[in-house]
Ligand binder design. Sequence first.
Ligand code: PMP
Length: 262
Amino acid sequence: YGDGIFEGIRFYNKRVFRLEDHMDRLYNCSHYLLLDIPYTQEELSNAVCETVAASGLNDGYIRLVVTRGGNLGLNPFNCKRSCVFIIADKISLYDPDVYENGLALITSSVRRNRPDTVCPQVKSLNYLNNILAKMEAVRQGAAEALMLNDLGNVAECTGDNIFIVKDGTVFTPPVTDGCLDGITRRVVLEICRELQIPAQEKTMNRFTITCADECFLTGTAAECVPVTKLDGYQLGSGKIGPVTARILARFQELAQTTGTSC
Ligand code: PMP
């Protein structure tokens, strides 16, 4: 039934990036879904580290999944024990070329879930809307789709948060417009504070994006990806913008030098 939650977490040089933030989000989502995780947050964090160590990889991606457990019927309280598994692997979402030359997006006809349905702040296993939007993008030759909320405002992409730069200020939609409270999104907002780049949350529509000077996406798997086209419109110069480049560089530095050692 999609009745579960997950996290995607990256590790660099055997250090897990923002482990505590990912764990906090997982446990908040489990609380909301009344989905009991049969381990303490500390035990599960240790299990993530053990998985990284056992993988033998220096850099990679962890997929942590919690499912409700088996039961033929909708009543979740009939499930005896939830099931947790952790995978460590390599991941590359987009062609390496897009990190140099930018990604082309399309706007999906599939709307992001309304917050009063499957709330987009819950990183649940119910990703069917996102999958439908992703299929629409791929079938049109685009690697990612912009998803709007039911008011027609920008929510996020199928698996990434979205940012624009306009007149030197960085903007991203507030979580209440229907996006996940992305950990990479938070890191980028922190970087803006550190580099004294003005940044704020703002409701945006397609017009705002098409008129942006720069645009980029953030996500654990994707990291920071410049976007240079939306529905065939060129965004800004059509190349990675200067503000995006500064943020990307600082993000890479933080990813390579910080994190929980395993
Ligand atoms: N939005 C959605 C729908 C996602 O699934 C994800 C994670 N892949 C993100 C945004 C980015 O979140 P994070 O930076 O925490 O990976």
